[in-house]
Design a binder for this molecule. Sequence first.
Ligand code: SF4
Length: 454
Amino acid sequence: MDIDLIRKYNIPGPRYTSYPTVPFWKNDPLSSAEWVNSIKKNFEFFKTNEISLYIHLPFCESLCTFCGCHKRITKNHSVEEPYIETLIKEWDLYLKALPYSPKIKEIHFGGGTPTFFNADNLIYLLENLFKTNSVNPNEVELSFEAHPNNTSTDHLAKLFQFGFRRLSLGVQDYNPIVQKAIHRIQPFTIVKKVHEEARNIGYTSISHDLVFGLPKQLLADMIHTVEKTLELQPDRISLYSYAHVPWIKGNGQRGFDESDLPQSEEKRLLYETAKSMLEENGYFEVGMDHFAKPHDDLAIAFREKKLHRNFMGYTTKNTYTMIGLGMSSISDSWFGFAQNEKSVEGYTQIVNEGKIPIFKGHLLNDLDLEIRSYILDLMCHFETTFKNDSLYTKKQEEIKDRLKEMVIDKLVEIHGNTIKVTDKGIPFVRNCCMAFDQNLETGISTERMFSQTI
Ligand code: SF4
């Protein structure tokens, strides 16, 4: 990696799980009628009833100090049943409001800690979500985030029996010093036990989530963590950049000193080292921060240019409608985004009043939709082509102009209407997307809004 390029391009920027990005959403508040209308618009346009569901299960028994998620820390498990009942009520509200009977193609349990909930409660939730669908694991992709410290045999067996074939294990880093700094003690033996048990039960896609740029994390720790990960041969590996945003996440991200964090060049070296080790061992880099074995669906979708990206990250199921259930969940109808109430109490109260619990969102105009598709192409395939019938040719010229510097640095190539991120430019794909982002065009400061791009 060229240190000068890192210094030049390592600026705060979005991760583009949505466009427009959340800080620029304009519909605050967004009414549930407006939101349901945008789902209807989707149905009329795409003429499909297929949807993905994201279920946010927010409770965790202890706070990890690197965490950027919406969560509630508690050891009190009596919160499980009322929360599950609220999720079911919220789903019923959607079933009444949707202009069609939805066909679920994908469900992801995220959190928080989904495995905070006991397996019977999760199955009860699933049975209610699927009351209008029949489950065929070959047609529906069911996945969950498994916390190695509390994922039991019961979780693995019952969820598998229901149709789950995919899980992701939150690993982060195996060095005890790093684990202490992030307040997440989780020895390799625990991860190994859950991983092997899942394999023996029959899970066909196991992902390990690693994080680089954590407090006190050194190059030797990254190497050790990747070596241990390779021993278990997961199908997928996510290698996330630690997003240090304490001004958003408050005290949760203040359990260590800023000086404990690896700085930009050191941090990039952690990524590049892990990437080389993974590639030498048969993994393919997929999208921005994912690696997969060649047989894995994610690698196949990437090769076939069928990869999609939404608030759940990269996915192989492109449904154009994602409904997020649970506190703080984000939904996406392609023509609009909506976010649920961010507190458990507020969320529960609104659902109990019989209302879809969204509080803000963004309805996309024609320009938003066009830019969104270009950014999605770049994030998934590192390449996009401007539409010939676009109303916004002037904008296209402006975007090309804003990419000039990246072209000079050989990070981007422009051939006619096609913009291509070069191999050298892949670590800078977020910067490339920023050139398309109409909300950043006035030179607005992204300081204290987003994490660093590199
Ligand atoms: S990292 Fe996961 S387990 Fe830790 S506090 Fe955040 S959501 Fe909970």
